[in-house]
Design a binder for this molecule. Structure first.
Ligand code: GLA
Length: 721
């Protein structure tokens, strides 16, 4: 049984694969957190609370002066009743912001209901624990889902106005997790456009550490992910708690150390510029938080996220199916094409071995550059007088699938849509809006705007035989306001995200035969909620093979490699001018959903032949990309090497990719230590002809020989004999 309740002590035990999560409704009536970690016996845990007589504080009414909420771990801390640390929920009831939350009961569900209006992880055993404030009728339901097969707890909260007067929700975080001591480091993912999700690791100090976004999207600057690890935690040893929010808008994740020298981890929707008015009988649902506990390092933590997302989040229709190998037109032609040029590219693409041709930006409205056309989802007849049909027909005749680019959430001021509905762009009357890439953001808080987008995009998808869509989003939000919300302007960003989910539901689910890839100016909206709609996301506009090792390394901390769209692009690289071998670009792009991004009409016969070889090699290893376990063998920012290993769940096969950044003459012997093999099995390595035991390879090591030159790669296949 995954959820067990001791009615006498009012203790809840959530037993996941190898983990226990325990909390209780204590004698004071609040939900006291007890434990999250390696599986322990199900027994009375009340002895574990350490109360200390700390002066200059306050305590619970009728309690002794050690019984301050500041001393307890709490599942849902609130402010104003003797806990001075960060709170998870803040409500304003006519100016009164103090509540007395008391446990009222629990329900156990056999199937987890979906979250209202938001994507969430599918699950079974779910515990819902309710608290109520008698005076106002306000209530909070905390939801916990537990799994047999992954060391994961899902959490979210529903705030309910069960009273007679409206109130305002000023903060509604998804979870709070109090860790028992202060010796933790935070691992987070930071970056920018073209350098998304670099890994950062830092000691937690006293005070509040936080990562957040105020940009309306999760952003490339900070990802809604954090891990809390011991100083000695590495890829294979040491504790790691991972947190990831299933959300695509403004978020915050915090870790606070206060007087008790424990860490309070909490987060959810960023409350920096947020509030939500709740009328009687209405509810507010927070996004879902995914909590992972790993006893054996960051690698184990990542594999838990990957397993969860592949089994329970990403669309089952696509998650394990071979992905389309695309050739995308963006770096092949940018905006500069006409029908003749595209037909030539399609003909050349058909000779390369890829299976899908994707027509990127530039095919619609007056889109001859990035300053016009967004919002007008009708063909650009100046470039394509005969429409899309001849292109689609040619693509299909050549045996390829046809993909098309959209940026549904945006509008250029120079567009028919904007001329007809200038008020549909997010703005504040009387203020010139801040443009980004010459475009404004459509106000998805308005139903008529969402209806327009769904109608216009669906019309193109209905009237054309399209197999694949790339859904882009190329700027962050500004002017957090929508006139129709009036005084409720602080609801704008969250309502934008809810509008986005509504249009994704309608378009993505409306065309189940179409494969949708996500994108946001490269990888600036790479989060689990987007993965719910898009089985893969364009990882970064930076397609340089070296920088991609860094970006893919960081991204893999919580997202499976199959979620990362990775293309081989032209040389010198369009983002940083680096020249890397074609084989290196292929090997790195194979560690994800692979594809190509250049003009095939300009490729030499040798390069086309090499492409065929690369695609065949990818198809041979694709099962590992889709279903395998990832082991990060070497961090590219820690020295001169990058190495990833993918191992099949049964240990029968593994694939290792290694890149050496700079060739070092007279270099040392380069030895890698593969993981996840069967110690007692023998593995054959066709690339070297060597046959060795799993134990030998894992502990004595695999000697790698990397070709001469900079940014060269080597790959090894390990096959169980
Ligand atoms: C973004 C995407 C690119 C490309 C361009 C088109 O930058 O990340 O892949 O689609 O937009 O404008």
């Amino acid at each position: 049984m995954a959820i067990y309740v001791d009615e006498q002590t009012r203790t809840f035990y959530l037993e996941s694969k190898n983990t226990t999560y325990a909390f209780c409704a204590n004698p004071f009536g609040f939900l006291q957190h007890i434990y999250f970690g390696k599986r322990i016996a199900r027994e009375d845990l009340s002895y574990g609370v350490f109360l200390n007589a700390r002066g200059h504080g306050s305590h619970i009414p009728h309690g002794n002066w050690m019984q301050s909420l500041n001393q307890y771990s709490n599942e849902c801390p609130t402010f104003g009743r003797s806990d001075y640390r960060e709170s998870a929920v803040a409500l304003d009831f006519d100016g009164v912001r103090v509540f007395d939350w008391q446990y009222v009961g629990y329900t156990i569900l056999k199937t987890k209901p979906p979250l209202e209006g938001m994507p969430s992880v599918r699950g079974k055993d779910t515990l819902v624990v309710s608290m109520r404030d008698e005076r106002t009728g306000a209530a909070i339901d905390l939801s916990y889902t537990v799994f047999d097969d992954v060391p994961v707890i899902l959490r979210h909260a529903v705030i309910r106005n069960g009273g007679k007067k409206p109130f305002t929700v000023d903060r509604a975080y998804s979870f709070c997790l109090d860790l028992p001591d202060a010796d933790w480091q935070a691992v987070t993912l930071y970056g920018a456009h073209t350098r998304e999700r670099f890994m950062q690791r830092a000691d937690l100090k006293r005070g509040v550490f936080s990562v957040d976004s105020k940009r309306g999207v999760t952003s490339g600057q900070m990802n809604p992910f954090a891990a809390f690890v011991r100083k000695n935690t590495d890829e294979n040893t040491g504790e790691a708690y991972g947190v990831n929010l299933v959300y695509s808008g403004d978020f915050v994740l915090k870790a606070q150390i206060e007087e008790s020298d424990t860490v309070r981890v909490l987060g959810g929707i960023n409350d920096y510029d947020f509030s939500w008015r709740l009328e009687p009988d209405q509810t507010f649902t927070t996004p879902e938080a995914v909590l992972v506990y790993a006893e054996h390092g960051l690698g184990e933590m990542s594999r838990a996220f990957h397993d969860l997302y592949r089994a329970y989040l990403i669309n089952p229709r696509y998650v394990r199916a071979p992905r389309p190998v695309v050739l995308n037109s963006w770096e092949a032609a940018y905006f500069d094409f006409d029908e003749k040029k595209l037909l030539e590219i399609i003909d050349a693409t058909a000779k390369t071995g890829v299976d899908t041709f994707v027509l990127d930006d530039g095919w619609f409205g007056a889109r001859n550059g990035d300053n016009a056309g967004l919002g007008d989802w009708v063909v650009n007849t100046q470039k394509l007088p005969r429409g899309l049909t001849p292109l689609i027909e040619r693509t299909h005749e050549r045996g390829l699938k046809f993909g098309l680019w959209f940026e549904p959430e945006m509008v250029n001021p120079d567009s028919d849509l904007f001329r007809a509905h200038p008020d549909w762009a997010i703005h504040v009357d009387g203020l010139e809006p801040c443009p980004g890439r010459n475009q404004l953001v459509l106000d998805l808080t308005r139903d008529e705007v969402c209806d327009y987008i769904v109608g216009a995009v669906s019309k193109v998808l209905r009237e054309n035989a399209i197999d694949y869509v790339k859904w882009d989003m190329n700027r962050c939000l500004t002017e957090n306001y929508s006139a129709h919300l009036g005084a409720r302007g602080k609801e704008t960003h969250h309502r934008y995200v809810l509008g986005l989910y509504k249009i994704c539901e309608r378009i993505v689910n409306g065309f189940p035969h179409i494969f949708f890839e996500g994108c946001a100016g490269g990888g600036c909206r790479f989060d689990p909620a987007m993965l719910y709609y898009f089985p893969q996301i364009w990882t970064s506009d930076n397609s340089d093979a070296y920088w991609r090792t860094v970006i893919q390394y960081g991204t893999s901390l919580c997202y499976p490699v199959s979620a990362m769209s990775c293309h081989v692009s032209d040389c010198p690289n369009h983002q940083c001018g680096r020249v890397t071998p074609f084989s290196s670009r292929g090997d790195i792009a194979h560690l994800g959903a692979t594809g190509y991004e250049f003009d095939p009409t300009r490729m030499s016969a040798e390069e086309i032949a090499a492409m065929h070889g690369q695609i065949a090699a990818y198809k041979d290893m694709q099962d590992l990309v889709l279903n395998g376990d990832l082991y990060r063998l070497h961090d590219p920012l820690d020295g001169n090497l990058f190495a990833f290993e993918l191992v099949s769940k049964d240990g029968d096969r593994a694939h290792i990719t290694v890149m050496r950044s700079l060739c070092l003459p007279n270099d040392k012997c380069l030895r890698l230590f593969p993981r996840g093999l069967d110690e007692n099995a023998t593995y054959f390595i066709p690339e070297t002809g060597v046959e060795k035991a799993g134990s030998t390879l894992m502990y004595y090591g695999l000697i790698v020989n990397i070709p001469f030159g900079d940014f060269t790669t080597a790959t090894y296949t390990l096959l169980r004999r």
